[in-house]
Design a protein around this ligand. Structure first.
Ligand SMILES: Cc1cc2nc3c(=O)[nH]c(=O)nc-3n(C[C@H](O)[C@H](O)[C@H](O)COP(=O)(O)OP(=O)(O)OC[C@H]3O[C@@H](n4cnc5c(N)ncnc54)[C@H](O)[C@@H]3O)c2cc1C
Length: 335
């Protein structure tokens, strides 16, 4: 069972303060709602539900939440967390996350307002801010006759999340086209890391689990192609996704990594788990490596279903499936 549920405090009063230590901040979180981020127009809010910020549409509140709109606000947010000893969690589009129903302690920084894209038609280099949505970028690149991003159109994340996850599909992935990533280090300084410094392999990078925030990335694409042809390939990938995967229901995409040489979906389907449901979380009928929120599921439902699938597949095939989805916050194993 899940233990120690925290109160989901409801806070009505607005308190504008600048605290000098975290204890003070913690005490005030019970009554605070909004704190202006000094030197910026940004506001730090308390107890913001994260369900709206994840593709699963589940998750409890962020203790503190901020959505910076530019690099300066991002740097100020990191500085603020440091000053108040708050752990930082970065959310892109929340499309590869399972956030606990109990929420997340510390400061949650949502990058989705960090938007900017610059195409250089002479070199084929494309520089993209962390919050830029991948599908929109894939479509824009195609419309402008750049090849290299067609595979990415069905990945509903941000560019920052994709760089961290080494997102990929249709035999393409971020590591194939990334030139460099600009990152914000915990000390507030910016650094440019080359692709070969990020230790990429299948859906992983050195950035995962680190305190490093991706602010923008530069990709090498091939300019000068016929936009009609690039768009046709891009749309074909999109169509293939929409017909084979359950895009009509909230999910995180593939839940488990493929344990080579097997596909996780094949193992789950052949364990007889398609359609199996815990609460309102279900192993998708359309693709067994997806767990979907049929409406009103909790993070706990999804978590228990992930564990159930792992147990049943291990019993049947002696293979332990490893989740690709990142679980954040407090979860407790069934016991
Ligand atoms: C329907 C569906 C289909 C999908 N299909 C695919 C697919 O084909 N291929 C694939 O690879 N993935 C797929 N995914 C998963 C997901 O879209 C990708 O992993 C995506 O790259 C996650 O990006 P995000 O912005 O949503 O990251 P989030 O889910 O918000 O975060 C993922 C991780 O990256 C960290 N992070 C995010 N942004 C930053 C940043 N700027 N700096 C530092 N850390 C950061 C987070 O802290 C977290 O650890 C799918 C998801 C869904 C819902």
């Amino acid at each position: 069972m899940l233990l120690n549920p925290k109160d989901n405090q409801s806070n009505e009063s607005v308190c504008r303060v600048s605290q000098s230590n975290n204890q003070e901040l913690k005490n005030q979180s019970v009554n605070s709602k909004e704190i202006p981020l000094a030197g910026t127009d940004s506001i730090i809010k308390s107890q913001v539900s994260l369900a709206a910020y994840t593709s699963y549409r589940v998750g409890g509140p962020a203790q503190w939440y901020v959505a910076p709109r530019n690099l300066e606000e991002l740097q100020a947010s990191v500085e603020y967390a440091k000053k108040h000893s708050l752990p930082i969690t970065v959310l892109g589009a929340g499309s590869n996350l399972l956030v606990s129903d109990h929420g997340i302690e510390g400061l949650v920084i949502v990058t989705r307002h960090l938007r900017h894209t610059q195409f250089d038609k002479d070199t084929g280099l494309v520089t993209v801010s962390a919050g830029e949505p991948i599908p929109a970028l894939a479509c824009e690149a195609a419309k402008q006759g750049y090849q290299g991003f067609e595979w990415a159109v069905g990945i509903p994340g941000t560019m920052g999340g994709a760089v961290v996850m080494n997102a990929g599909a249709h035999k393409g992935c971020i590591a194939d086209i990334l030139v460099s990533a600009e990152v914000l280090l915990p000390d507030g300084s910016l650094q440019t890391l080359r692709c070969d410094q990020l230790e990429y392999s299948y859906r992983t990078s050195k950035l995962q689990g680190s305190d490093i925030i991706v602010t923008q990335a530069t990709f090498q694409l091939q300019p000068g192609a016929d936009p009609t042809q690039v768009l046709a390939v891009t749309k074909q990938h999109q169509k293939q996704r929409l017909t084979t995967q359950p895009y009509h229901l909230p999910s995180c995409g593939s839940v488990f990594r493929n344990p080579k040489p097997y596909a996780a979906g094949w193992l789950i389907e052949n364990t007889g788990l398609k359609g199996f449901q815990i609460g309102n979380a279900q192993v998708a009928q359309r693709h067994a490596n997806f767990i979907v929120n049929c409406g009103g599921a909790t993070a706990r439902d999804i978590f228990y279903l992930i564990r159930h699938v792992q147990n049943e597949v291990q019993k049947r095939w002696s293979i332990l499936l490893h989740p690709e989805v990142k679980m954040i916050g407090e979860f407790q194993a069934i016991g």
